[in-house]
Design a protein around this ligand. Structure first.
Ligand code: ATP
Ligand code: MG
Length: 432
């Protein structure tokens, strides 16, 4: 059976921005990325920065990482660098290690669909291509620029420079098809809109409405990773607003979303404020280099479900201890249908919720309070209580005051992690 290359989309000639026509200087590029680019270039290969790092630099953000694209095969890349490891099965990538920093090098890919036979079936995914074909597999125009170390020019096949300038997120190719190929691109569109304050181009946006249900087929671990990027990158509140605008929040957290839509529900405004305020605090903490935990945010986002069901069970006469644990199991089971919470984060969510009952218990004596404060999640639980109070649960004021006083009266009882304890010691030692 003859094998033919799939019909590649017609690519017009790229626009080349020479060094004097764009603002990216080698000073903006990490030393390790430059080492990799020059290493490949000297060995006679093409070497270009690609993707997110250029988008970020051109929109005034600091790139998280620098990705390199080349025409060298992974094996050839390995022969250039001693500190190189090849990873991935379906598509091999080269990782160049510099201590903890890793520069990822990818060989130009053939058209996403690979080679096809007469019936259009894909027969080979792992073929290497050219820059022109590599462009086609990228998601948005703003993620598809190349910076060539050979002459410091920027290569633009898709009008990316203009889109970045105008603040537009535009899908490369047909948006509906590209979402079908990978529905996570819908979440990525929203993430870049929130991060860069850009708007999603109308067709790219419209297709979300028709394809958003496809997110239910994505493995929950991948949704968890993407959700973490949405909420722990310093623009969580904006990301949440964008998710709600595009009706994607309900694809990640269907049950919470449903509850928030019940406007007649007496606690609906409180729940909404609780989520928004927690996300805003998270952004603030990240901006001030304070620690944040994704577990805390899951405790917040799933709280309406937990709170409602727990109330119901207690009203039905279930013993509170039993009610708490059954409700936690139910809510986790419900949530895992979409964004799965990894085990290591579940314990934090559980502890924060259980702590709410301990912090608002009827008979709080000194001995009990001391033991609550010694719990390793006391701080998180107390912060959560404060958030509830700030967002409308005024009946919590008396408990809040009680715990503030307890921390003043028994500061030695408040749990401090070993890590923090030793960093206090170190700081003190340094001062002497
Ligand atoms: P960030 O690093 O902020 O998450 P990024 O755009 O750099 O954003 P990466 O996951 O690091 O995202 O991917 C690097 C590049 O790979 C992107 O810029 C894009 O060109 C391409 N890419 C990543 N994910 C996809 C996807 N799901 N579909 C198509 N192209 C993608
Ligand atoms: Mg990246």
């Amino acid at each position: 059976m003859p094998v033919v290359a799939s019909a590649m989309k017609l690519v017009s000639e790229p626009i080349i921005y020479t060094r004097d026509q764009h603002p990216i200087s080698r000073r903006n590029i990490s030393k390790n990325a430059l080492t990799v680019l020059y290493g490949l270039h000297k060995a006679g290969y093409r070497a270009l920065l690609v993707g997110g790092c250029l988008r970020d630099l051109l929109s005034g953000e600091t790139p998280k990482d620098f990705d390199v694209a080349t025409d060298a095969t992974p094996e050839q890349v390995k022969s250039v660098f001693r500190n190189c490891r090849l990873i991935g099965r379906r598509f091999r990538l080269a990782h160049i290690h510099f201590g903890r920093d890793i520069i990822e090098v990818a060989t130009f890919r053939a058209d996403e669909k690979g080679e096809t036979d007469d019936d259009g079936l894909v027969v080979n995914h792992n073929t290497f291509g050219t820059i022109a074909s590599d462009v086609q597999r990228r998601d948005f125009t703003l993620n598809a620029l190349y910076y060539d170390i050979a002459d410091f020019s920027i290569i633009d096949y898709v009008g990316a420079m203009e889109d970045i300038e105008e603040g537009i997120i535009r899908m490369i190719g047909d948006p509906a098809e590209r979402y079908e190929e990978d529905p996570v691109r819908m979440l990525r569109a929203v993430r870049f809109a929130a991060k860069l304050g850009m708007r999603i181009e109308p067709e790219t946006e419209r297709a979300i409405t028709h394809k958003k249900h496809l997110l239910e087929n994505i493995p929950s671990a991948r949704l968890f990773d993407e959700t973490t990027k949405l909420f722990l990158s310093g623009y969580a509140l904006a990301a949440y607003e964008e998710l709600r605008i595009h009706d994607l929040f309900g694809e990640l957290f269907p049950a919470t979303s449903q509850l928030l839509k019940q406007f007649e529900h007496p606690q609906c405004p409180q729940y909404k404020n609780l989520i928004k305020r927690a996300l805003k605090n998270t952004d603030y903490r990240l901006a001030h280099n304070e620690p944040v935990a994704i577990g805390f945010l899951y405790a917040v986002i799933l709280w309406p479900l937990y709170h409602e069901e727990l109330q119901q069970k207690i009203d039905d006469g279930v013993h509170w201890h039993q009610a708490i644990h059954d409700t936690i199991d139910d809510v986790f089971r419900e949530a895992s249908q979409r964004v799965g919470i990894p085990m290591r984060h579940k314990s934090m969510v559980r502890d924060i919720w259980v702590m709410q009952s301990r912090l608002t218990a009827d008979k709080l004596n000194k001995k009990r309070m001391r033991s609550v404060m010694m719990h390793k999640r006391f701080r998180a639980g107390f912060d959560f209580l404060e958030l509830r109070l700030q967002t409308g649960e005024s009946h919590l004021q008396k408990f809040y005051d009680l715990w503030v006083q307890a921390q003043i009266d028994m500061p030695e009882a408040v749990y401090v992690s070993d890590e923090r304890r030793s960093s206090y010691k170190k700081k003190r030692r340094r001062r002497r």
